[in-house]
Design a protein around this ligand. Structure first.
Ligand SMILES: Cc1cc2nc3c(=O)[nH]c(=O)nc-3n(C[C@H](O)[C@H](O)[C@H](O)COP(=O)(O)OP(=O)(O)OC[C@H]3O[C@@H](n4cnc5c(N)ncnc54)[C@H](O)[C@@H]3O)c2cc1C
Ligand code: FES
Length: 254
C-alpha cells in the first residue's frame, strides 16, 4: 500500500444537501493530484484527542485542487464534522484504500443506494466514454436522491427509485437494477449502498460480476487491526481498508 500522509485542508464550502446529508469541498492539492475513484480519506473530526479514531469518508468528486466529500450524519463523529465552518481547516489522511478496478466488461450497470450514491459520482466520471453505462439511484424519498444534477452533467440520465414512490420506480432500487443486469449481456454491476442491497445484488445476479464499495466500520484504516476483515468464500479474509474498499462481492461472504 502507498503510504498516505495527513494534511490540513481549507474548507471551501459546506452545505446541507438533504436532511442530515452534507457536501464538503476542501482545498487539498496533494490529495486532488493523487486520488483515484474508490479511494477514501480518514477525517479527524475534532481538534482534541476525543474521538481518537478518524472517520472514513469516500471521495465523491475532484475539481482542480479541490476534493468533495458527501456524508450522512449518523452519530457523534459525523455530527462534529457537520459543524466545521467554511474557511476553517480540517485534518485529512489519505488517499487510502485501493483505487476501484475498471470492470473489463463493456457494459456497466451502476447502482447507488442512499448515501452510497456519493462515491459513485467520481467513479462514473472516470468510466464515462470508456464503458456503456446505465445508472440507477435509489433513496428513501425524492429529497434524499442526491447528486442527480451532477450525474446529469456527465450526459447520463440516471433512472430513479424511491421507497415512498415520490420519484421514479416505487420500491427498492435493486428491482430495476436486477431487470437491467439480467437483460444485458456481458455486463458488470458496480454498487454502493447498504449491505442488504449489496447482498441482494450478488444473490440474484451471481455469476454476473458485482463490484461493491464496502463502507463498514473501520479501526486503524491501515491494515493492522483486522477490524474490517470480511470472510472470503475460498477461505481466509480480505481487509477492505487494504484490498478494498471496492471489492468483487461474488467472492466474499456478506
Ligand atoms: C471506506 C469507507 C468509506 C465511507 N464513505 C462514506 C461516505 O462517503 N459518506 C458517508 O456518509 N459515510 C461513509 N462511510 C461511513 C462513515 O465512515 C460512518 O458513517 C462514520 O464513521 C460514522 O461515524 P459517527 O461517529 O458519526 O458514528 P458512530 O457514533 O460511530 O455510530 C453511529 C451509528 O452509525 C453506525 N455506523 C458507524 N459506522 C458506520 C458505517 N461505516 N456504516 C454504517 N453504519 C455505521 C453505528 O453502528 C451506529 O449505529 C464510509 C465508511 C468506510 C469504511
Ligand atoms: S481497519 Fe484495521 S485492518 Fe482494516
Amino acid at each position: 500500500m502507498k503510504s498516505a500522509t495527513s494534511c490540513l485542508a481549507e474548507i471551501e464550502s459546506h452545505r446541507q444537501l438533504a436532511d442530515g446529508i452534507y457536501s464538503l469541498w476542501v482545498k487539498a492539492p496533494r490529495i486532488a493530484r493523487s486520488v483515484r475513484p474508490g479511494n477514501f480519506l480518514n477525517v479527524r473530526v475534532a481538534d482534541g484527542p476525543d474521538p481518537v479514531l478518524r472517520r472514513p469518508i469516500s471521495v465523491c468528486d475532484v475539481k482542480g485542487w479541490s476534493v468533495r466529500l458527501v456524508y450522512r450524519v449518523v452519530g457523534r463523529g459525523t455530527r462534529m464534522l457537520s459543524r466545521f465552518q467554511v474557511g476553517s481547516e480540517i485534518d485529512l489522511l489519505g488517499p487510502l484504500g485501493k483505487p476501484a478496478p475498471r470492470p473489463p466488461e463493456r457494459e456497466v450497470v451502476i447502482c447507488g443506494g442512499g448515501i452510497g450514491i456519493a462515491p459513485l459520482l467520481y467513479l462514473v466520471r472516470d468510466l464515462v466514454g470508456r464503458r456503456r453505462l446505465t445508472v440507477f439511484l435509489g433513496a428513501k424519498n425524492r429529497s434524499e436522491l442526491i447528486l442527480r444534477r451532477e450525474f446529469g452533467s456527465l450526459g447520463l440520465r440516471p433512472r430513479l427509485a424511491t421507497d415512498d414512490g415520490s420519484t421514479g420506480h416505487k420500491g427498492p432500487v435493486t428491482e430495476p437494477v436486477l431487470a437491467a443486469a439480467a437483460a444485458a449481456r456481458h455486463a458488470a454491476v458496480v454498487a454502493c449502498g447498504p449491505r442488504p442491497m449489496l447482498a441482494e445484488l450478488v444473490r440474484s445476479l451471481d455469476p454476473v460480476p458485482v463490484w461493491g464499495f464496502v463502507e463498514e466500520r473501520l479501526g486503524c484504516g491501515s491494515g493492522i487491526c483486522y477490524c474490517c476483515a470480511l470472510p472470503k468464500k475460498s477461505g481466509g479474509y480480505i481487509r477492505f481498508c487494504q484490498e478494498g474498499p471496492v471489492v468483487r462481492l461474488n467472492g466474499v461472504l456478506l
